[in-house]
Design a protein around this ligand. Sequence first.
Ligand code: SF4
Length: 362
Amino acid sequence: MAEPVTEAAETHAGDADARAPVLDVRGLRVLYESRKRKTNPVLAVDGVSFSIHAGEILALVGESGCGKTSIARAVMRLLEPQSGRIVFMGEDITHRTSKQLRKLRSGFQMVFQDPYESLDPRQTVFDLVAEPLQIHRLAREPKERRAAVYSALERAGLRPPAQIAARYPHHLSGGQRQRVAIASAMVLQPSLLVADEPVSMLDVSLRAGILRLMLELREQRDVAYLFITHDLSLAWVVADRIAVVYLGRIVEVGPSEDVIRDPRHPYTKALVSVIPVPEAGAAAEQIVLRGETPSARRIPTGCRFHPRCWRYEALGRPERCVTEDPGLAGKGHQAACHFPVEQEEHAATTTTIDETPEERSG
Ligand code: SF4
């Protein structure tokens, strides 16, 4: 599929920070080919570019299967991208071998969705948190290692560390397990944490604690986060910037407040319209999208969102939407749409949003 013509093609998506980024991803493409069926490979990620700076949280938001986890796994070099470039702390890591990556890998760590599966049940908490140190041959003296593990557990809110360290994962609650996973990622003092739906498997009561912990670590250590979530309201609470992903592409990106209060892409506007707003009497018109997301084996022509786009219908099905693939356009806040929603149009349809994210998170 041809790359879209875009005024943003040579700029970072929604990036207004002039400092060198911690992570810079350009034109990333990930293709899944079935061994049996060589035809129609799945184009999971189709030309995605973004960057993240120290202390910044970028949320990738989208429905299940939109490609956000493939982006995260490619960034972590857990899968090989078909093309594009991944630059971490100024080093191009796109095609580094595992051996070449070893030195750099301590700088970027991942927290997985499921704290019940991601921790080896046979290891104590101490061993789980100490393992990355062993792999990277750090803190080799027992005293030094113990100090590093206890300090990581304390920072993750697991106290007293000596008692927690002696336990096994099955002794812990879901929230404590996810804290162990975070401690194990943070023990190496990474510059980048990739968090794939880190609270979606946890009870609502435990989520706020984990999110608060992640925000504290950002404050203390200037860690950059790539935060993967299907939940736009959660992204609004947590992230500095939001990138909305649809069928393998970023279709809108910008400062979180701007994306939520002034969504420009019809897909984002539909997602925003169903964010629950607690105050009574909020004048909300929910936009219900038609049909299912098409298969990534058969990306629609032109704008990939057109078969489900309420605005395409409202505008009388403009031909351009079917023939021309829109690229991200705009400065700072960008959308990939030939007919982006204008701010004044929101008044008629948008949910009233009176609270700030801080108020919403409590
Ligand atoms: Fe909808 Fe057309 Fe915009 Fe695509 S380009 S999102 S089909 S209005």
